[in-house]
Design a protein around this ligand. Structure first.
Ligand code: F0G
Length: 350
């Protein structure tokens, strides 16, 4: 059987790809869509599916958009790429820049990036700079630098990122044979909800689906500018990936919400962490806290009766739990250490 082609090759007809675009790949896309039986029982929804984006090469959905953004940067003659990040964009940009032979600079909010993501950016050879301030401040800095011609900006304000990320919607339609009734997704800088909506609209137009889903986006309560209708000066949440107070794609996220007939709502850190733990213990899927916001949102709506109606839903799990060992440790509590004897181990497990 031939190996699956790269995301760029597989979806070239739907992407801004030319004969001169380099076909770079790290094996992105083609992620699992898993049935979630425990969530089906809890929510009384017929079909709940998990799109496990943590299975991408650097462990998040960012790779879908980054492969396209970096390939286009190479095609356009760039020498370097640049981004601000809560961690995953940085890891992805650093990896694809290494693959394509470009320099990479990432600007991070100091002290607010999960350890695994920081390690990835460093190991892939990016120049890593932490700034005193939030992600929003870091994004303002890289926008300035990009405007002065320092490097190509590969945040999701780069339209090639949205193009690549929309392929996840195609994959969902291909796997289910149609669009789901509803899709639940975390919202940070709001690029991904924008990309999924573009993907579902195009999938329907291309005959990959008969319908389009309602999109339900979830921000963390302490970082919920779209829900509140105003930027949040000092966003706070355990879900550091979505600790964002002024999303760049705010308007297109609102459009995705309204055109699809969905909603953008807030979930508390306690709800996020409960979904994070339960996904691991009951479904065997280890995602990062921000990713669990989609499932926290589904549970919250179902408990309030708001999920009545959809019979088939998809929750997007955006990133891999291994990226954030500190959150895992905090969820797990202390480790028991005993003498190396069978009796002691048995006693400790009772
Ligand atoms: N989930 C994870 C794991 C993320 O890393 C992000 C965003 C989101 C959800 C939200 O997606 O921004 O498109 O609405 N992370 C960005 C970063 C901000 O820098 O890695 P979004």
């Amino acid at each position: 059987m031939p190996l699956a082609p790269s995301l760029i090759e597989r979806y070239a007809a739907h992407l801004p790809i030319t004969a001169r675009t380099p076909r770079i790949t790290l094996g992105e896309g083609g992620t699992p869509l898993l049935r979630a039986r425990w969530l089906e029982r809890e929510t009384a929804i017929d079909e709940v599916w998990l799109k496990v984006e943590g299975q991408n090469p650097t462990g998040s959905f960012k790779d879908r958009g980054m492969v396209v953004a970096v390939a286009k940067a190479v095609e356009e003659g760039a020498r370097a790429v640049l981004c601000a990040s809560t961690g995953n964009t940085a890891a992805s940009a650093a990896a694809y820049a290494a693959r394509a032979g470009l320099a990479c600079t990432v600007v991070l909010p100091a002290g607010q990036v999960a350890l695994g993501k920081l390690a990835q950016a460093i190991v892939f050879g990016a120049k890593v700079v932490a700034v005193r301030g939030s992600f929003d401040a870091a994004l303002a800095v890289v926008r300035d630098l990009a405007a002065s011609g320092e490097a190509t900006l590969v945040n999701s304000v780069n339209p090639h990122r949205i193009e690549g990320q929309k392929t996840a919607a195609f994959e969902v339609c291909e796997a289910l044979g149609d669009a789901p009734d509803a899709l639940f997704i975390p919202v940070g800088n709001a690029g991904n909800i924008t990309a999924y909506w573009k993907g579902f609209v195009e999938a329907a137009a291309a005959g990959l689906s008969r319908s389009r889903p309602k999109l339900y986006g979830f921000q963390a309560e302490g970082a919920a500018p779209i829900v509140r209708g105003a930027p949040v000066e000092e966003p706070r949440t355990v879900a550091t990936a979505i600790r964002i107070g002024n999303p760049a794609s705010w308007r297109s996220a609102v459009r995705a919400r309204d055109e699809s007939g969905g909603a953008i709502e807030a979930v508390g850190d306690d709800e996020i962490l409960a979904a994070y733990r339960d996904l691991a213990r009951r479904e065997g899927v280890f995602c990062e806290p921000a990713s669990a916001a989609s499932v926290a949102g589904l549970r919250k709506r179902a408990a309030a009766g708001g999920a009545r109606g959809p019979r088939r839903v998809v929750c997007v799990l955006t990133g891999n739990g291994l990226k954030d060992p500190d959150s895992a440790r905090a969820a797990a509590g202390g480790l028991v250490e005993v003498e190396a004897t069978a009796e002691a181990v048995l006693a400790a497990t009772r």
